[in-house]
Ligand binder design. Structure first.
Ligand code: AHG
Ligand code: MN
Ligand code: MN
Length: 315
């Protein structure tokens, strides 16, 4: 059995960069332990504050953010932290070469119902500043706290999966993960249909039409409501995840955040051979203008993403 530390050294990952990934992995182990006991410790519910996004912060959002902050503060290789739960970027006052952007706890709406949630992270060269394109990411990954806890990691080339064992060690589970190019599964919040644009309506209608429609095959729909869980399913067995720009999210630019949701997931999905687009532009090519910027997100199996892009080209 190979663990994360062994894998990082076997693959000759730069030691400083490896230490940043190891810090996020260690933070995820601690968050995993907090989540598993939350119904007993009473660390549930909202804390009565909103974050800069105007969203109610849950106790576990705040705790998870504190855990990540602590682990990164203790790592001299990290000088800047951008977090969904912190209004401003934190500068640690070190010369550490790396910047980390994180969604410390993704899927907050699923917290009190014991459904999979996750921690997402992106690692960049701190010298490049706060607003770098996703293509500049040096590493990205997420922890998914499900029946098993997985760490899914990329340095831009391949995607590797680790599983947390009962001793708190990340054990190698899968190397060279590839997303199936074709799929019969799509993930979108269909309750928002009345806000959708023509491309989204057109693509989903084709899927709903099934084998007698233009797609020529029957589809299934899955929506967990935790991006980490939905993307994890897609990495494992194919599919497409969509949170498109719709008439309600238009003024904000979208629903999901570029720096710590869209970009890291786009790097992972692209490294696994899938596609990642806003519908009109590759996510990894977007120039950010704000650390909490929101963007439309469409990612997953290459053939499905190409079909959505074709709908946008028509309109
Ligand atoms: P977060 O919990 O970090 O705010 O992110 C929630 C996101 C994402 O995980 C999920 O895909 C999406 O919000 C769900 O949105 P809806 O509530 O509109 O389904
Ligand atoms: Mn999130
Ligand atoms: Mn979050």
């Amino acid at each position: 059995m190979t663990n994360l530390a062994q894998w990082l050294s076997q693959h000759a990952v730069d030691q400083k960069l490896a230490s940043v990934v190891a810090s996020m992995a260690a933070a995820s182990v601690e968050i995993d332990q907090v989540l598993r006991r939350a119904p007993i410790t009473g660390q549930i519910g909202v804390v009565g504050r909103t974050n800069i996004q105007g969203e109610a912060q849950k106790a576990l959002d705040v705790i998870s953010n504190d855990v990540v902050l602590k682990h990164l503060q203790d790592n001299p290789e990290v000088s800047i932290l951008v977090s969904e739960e912190l209004d401003e970027a934190v500068h640690f006052g070190t010369n550490g070469p790396y910047l980390v952007a994180t969604d410390p706890l993704d899927g907050s709406s699923n917290l009190d119902v014991n459904v999979t949630v996750g921690t997402i992270f992106s690692v960049l060269d701190a010298a490049g500043g706060l607003l770098q394109k996703g293509s500049a990411q040096l590493a990205a990954g997420y922890a998914a706290y499900g029946p098993a806890t997985n760490l899914v990691l990329t340095f831009g080339q391949d995607v590797t999966v680790f599983t947390l064992d009962l001793d708190g060690d990340w054990v190698l589970s899968k190397e060279g993960l590839r997303i199936a190019p074709a799929s019969e599964e799509y993930a979108i919040n269909t309750a928002r249909e009345r806000f959708w644009d023509a491309a989204t309506k057109g693509y989903v209608a084709e899927n709903v039409a099934g084998e007698s429609g233009p797609a020529g095959k029957r589809y299934n729909m899955r929506w967990v409501g935790s991006m980490v869980a939905d993307i994890h399913r897609i990495l494992m067995r194919g599919g497409i995840f969509m949170y498109p720009l719709d008439s309600e999210t238009m003024s904000k630019g979208g629903r999901l955040r570029l720096l710590y949701e869209a970009n890291p997931m786009a790097l992972l999905v692209t490294a696994a051979g899938g596609g990642a687009t806003t519908g009109r532009q590759k996510i990894l090519d977007l120039q950010p203008n704000d650390i909490h910027q929101r963007v439309p997100v469409i990612l997953g199996s290459a053939e499905e993403v190409a079909r959505v892009e074709a709908w946008y080209e028509r309109g």
